[in-house]
Design a protein around this ligand. Structure first.
Ligand SMILES: [Zn+2]
Length: 310
């Protein structure tokens, strides 16, 4: 069990970080031993976990909330991910906490892109994303305190909880067992989320619509949906837009025409804080409003039925 717990969190064996009594970390250039995990769980010493292995691959992503407000957003994210069939693990701390996601070894650059896209969907300015590096250049890179140990400075030990705040298991031992084989994020989900991001990064210079462009070979479902219709043409089926492509936001009680579509850059936005993005983001919010399953997967499927030829 300890071996698998170590495999979940500890990506390299050639060196490891140790927390000092003032809360900082030092790197020990020594071979990692399983006994250290035992000592960590007993509170005799406190280990850190590097985010990347020597090949710059990651097995986890950690979002670090420093404030109660950020923590509330992470709880929301956890519930939304759950709707998509993705399990996030919550480790509260004094004022905020960590949200952990686990996967099979994945390049750090991709993990960061995935994490940043998730963060972009929420009001999470200032939150830290680990791994902090896309790849290692010098040194072992960023680290997070290995869970279930004792913080050297505060003496505190924190357990994992559900979004409602209950422990995920009654004892440290049972929590270790759960984290020895955590639910992994499906690679297809990472692919879909990051494809969404690269679409946004490669917005066309001039409008491609209404003539749909042919799908490049290997296009993901979300790419095909976004190529099927412009955000403007899709959204105006549901929102009354004026000649400047603005209108009343369907997602809040709007008195001031806070909603608009940027036709050149092909995205929608609400200035009152309802967010914005692609037609997929729009339809997720729309389905949420209608009380339908607003998960990423269910929304893609619904859009495919509406927009793609059978
Ligand atoms: Zn709004």
């Amino acid at each position: 069990m300890l071996r698998r717990f170590a495999r979940t969190f500890i990506p390299r064996q050639d060196c490891y970080p140790l927390q000092t009594e003032d809360g900082r970390y030092i790197t020990l250039q020594r071979h990692f031993e399983l006994d250290y995990i035992q000592a960590h769980l007993k509170g005799m010493l406190t280990l850190g976990a590097y985010a990347l292995d020597t090949r710059s691959q990651a097995r986890w992503l950690c979002l670090d909330a420093d404030t109660p407000e950020q923590w509330t957003e992470l709880l929301k994210m956890t519930r939304d991910l759950e709707q998509d069939g993705v399990t996030a693990y919550l480790e509260p701390s004094r004022r905020g906490g960590h949200l952990w996601l686990f996967f099979s070894p994945t390049p750090g650059a991709r993990v960061r892109q995935f994490g940043q896209t998730l963060l972009g969907r929420y009001d999470l300015a200032g939150i830290e994303l680990f791994p902090k590096q896309a790849e290692l250049k010098t040194g072992p890179g960023s680290l997070v305190r290995l869970p279930l140990g004792r913080h050297r400075l505060t003496g505190q030990r924190y357990h994992f909880v559900t979004p409602d705040g209950d422990p995920i298991a009654p004892t440290v031992r049972a929590q270790v067992r759960l984290l020895s084989s955590p639910q992994l994020v499906p690679p297809a989900y990472i692919r879909d989320v990051t494809a969404e991001e690269s679409d946004r990064a490669e917005l066309p210079d001039k409008p491609l619509f209404p003539d749909a462009r042919p799908h490049p070979p290997g296009a993901t479902l979300s790419e095909r949906l976004k190529n099927a219709i412009s955000v403007y043409d899709f959204v105006r089926r549901y929102v009354d837009l004026d000649e400047r492509a603005t209108g009343f936001c369907p997602f809040h009680d709007d008195q001031r025409r806070s909603f608009g579509v940027n036709r050149e850059q092909n995205f929608w936005h609400c200035w009152a804080g309802c967010g914005g993005g692609s037609l997929i983001d729009f339809w997720m919010k729309w389905r949420e409003r209608e009380g339908l399953d607003a998960s990423f997967g269910a929304t893609l499927k619904a859009l495919a039925d509406m927009l793609l030829p059978r």
